[in-house]
Design a protein around this ligand. Structure first.
Ligand code: PLP
Length: 398
């Protein structure tokens, strides 16, 4: 009898489990629209040329060793990543506590533990949200509740519902917001709506947490996609950012990201950083070097940074082209329903509006892998499969 006899087998991760099923599927028609990773027009993973160049330079750099990094990452790596989010005067004020962490998920995990340590009781996240969010906060023993976000009829933002939801939040509670390219809906607040959200956060005395996993992916423009952060910063509010470089550098497996806490004073930032370091030390001691070195090399080498900015535009343009192609193909078939949301939504995902039963057909009958909530990753579409996907959406939607 095993000592593990009483341990129940856990279900496969809803997204990563689909990847396994996709790999095992022998159909020639199969299409993977489940995972949020960029694919080329040929359907292949892509190492960004700027990243490949930076990696060569990092490997050749004989001053690099394999010693541990500081608990919060190398101090000289912080400025270039802060500059993607904050104006120089804010950085110079010393009011930002920054620590390297394990991509977006690891950054959220550290922030969740820190919120618990601060005595925060509850986190409010959008409904729906990335499936891992509620679990990350539950794991830190925080209460988790949702506020309305998705409006099924318009397939857009339920702004009135969201604002009413914020009115229910209590002083000192945390509000989780997607900084840009909301996952899974692809629906973001407008500039004017962000103003109202910031004002409401201030009025309710909330602690905002911006999950920044797709900067540069929505519009191809870092500044445009960084709007929410700049607005929160200029509002004077204190808030957190979980910054991931998985998607915008294509460094998924390198696990590179940063935690930032924008504090009211330099002294507060020093105190916050000291406690973030305790959490990190106990969790995994210090962060990995390689991804951090690559990101730093790209951001601090002007030619590589230029290349990277062009690559971001290329990736976001390819996704926009696929949005247009998918919508046209569906509309050409006269598929029931409206399909403008396919081009209205932004970022990596489209929330198709297909029901659970329709999604089951897409997977089981048509070999098109997508999450049960009807989300598809636009990056998995390409000129060779978009017609087939449109045909199957048409069949499923009838
Ligand atoms: N936040 C959101 C909204 C995401 O969609 C993801 C990944 O899909 C992440 C965070 C975390 O990604 P990673 O841990 O790979 O940086």
């Amino acid at each position: 009898m095993s000592i593990f006899a009483s341990v129940p087998k856990a279900p496969a991760d809803p997204i990563l489990g689909l990847v396994g099923r996709f790999k095992a599927d022998t159909s020639e028609k199969k299409v993977n629209l489940s995972v949020g990773a960029y694919r080329t027009a040929e359907g292949k993973p892509w190492i960004l040329p700027s990243v490949a160049e930076a990696e060569k330079l990092v490997v050749l750099d004989t001053t690099q060793d394999k010693e541990y990094q500081p608990i919060d990452g190398k101090p000289e790596n912080k400025l270039p990543v802060q500059q993607l989010l904050f104006d120089q005067s804010v950085i110079d004020s010393g009011c930002i506590a920054t620590a390297q962490a394990l991509s977006g998920t690891g950054s959220l995990q550290v922030i969740a533990q820190f919120l618990k340590f601060m005595g925060v009781k509850k986190v409010w996240g959008p409904n729906p949200t990335w499936g891992n969010h509620p679990k990350i906060f539950a794991r830190a023993l925080l209460e988790y509740e949702t506020y309305p976000y998705w409006h099924q009829e318009s397939r857009g933002l339920d702004f009135a519902g969201m604002m009413a939801g914020i009115q229910k939040m209590q002083e000192g509670e945390c509000i989780l917001l997607h900084a840009v390219a909301h996952n899974p809906t692809g629906v973001d607040p407008t500039v004017a709506q962000w103003d109202e959200i910031v004002a409401a956060c201030r009025e309710r005395k909330l602690i905002p947490l911006l999950d920044n996993a797709y900067q540069g992916y929505a519009s191809g423009d870092l500044a445009k996609d960084g709007y929410a952060q700049r607005l929160f910063t200029s509002s004077g509010l204190e808030f957190f950012i979980a910054q991931s470089f998985a998607k915008n550098f294509g460094l998924y497996g390198e696990r590179i990201g940063y935690v930032h806490a924008k504090c009211a004073t330099k002294e507060a930032a020093e105190v916050v950083l000291s406690q973030l370091k305790i959490i990190i030390r106990q969790a995994y001691s210090s962060p990995p070097k390689h991804g951090a070195a690559i990101v730093n090399k790209v951001l601090t080498t002007p030619e590589l940074k230029d290349m990277w900015l062009k690559e971001l535009t290329l990736m976001s343009n390819r996704i926009s082209d696929m949005r247009v192609a998918l919508r046209q193909a569906i509309e050409a078939k006269g598929t029931p329903g409206t399909w403008n949301h396919v081009t209205d939504q932004i970022g990596m995902f489209t929330f198709t509006g297909l029901s659970k039963e329709q999604v089951v057909r897409m997977v089981e009958e048509f070999h098109i892998y997508m999450t049960a909530d009807g989300r598809i990753s636009m990056a998995g579409l390409n000129p060779s499969n978009v017609q087939y996907v449109a045909e199957c959406i048409d069949k499923a939607a009838r």
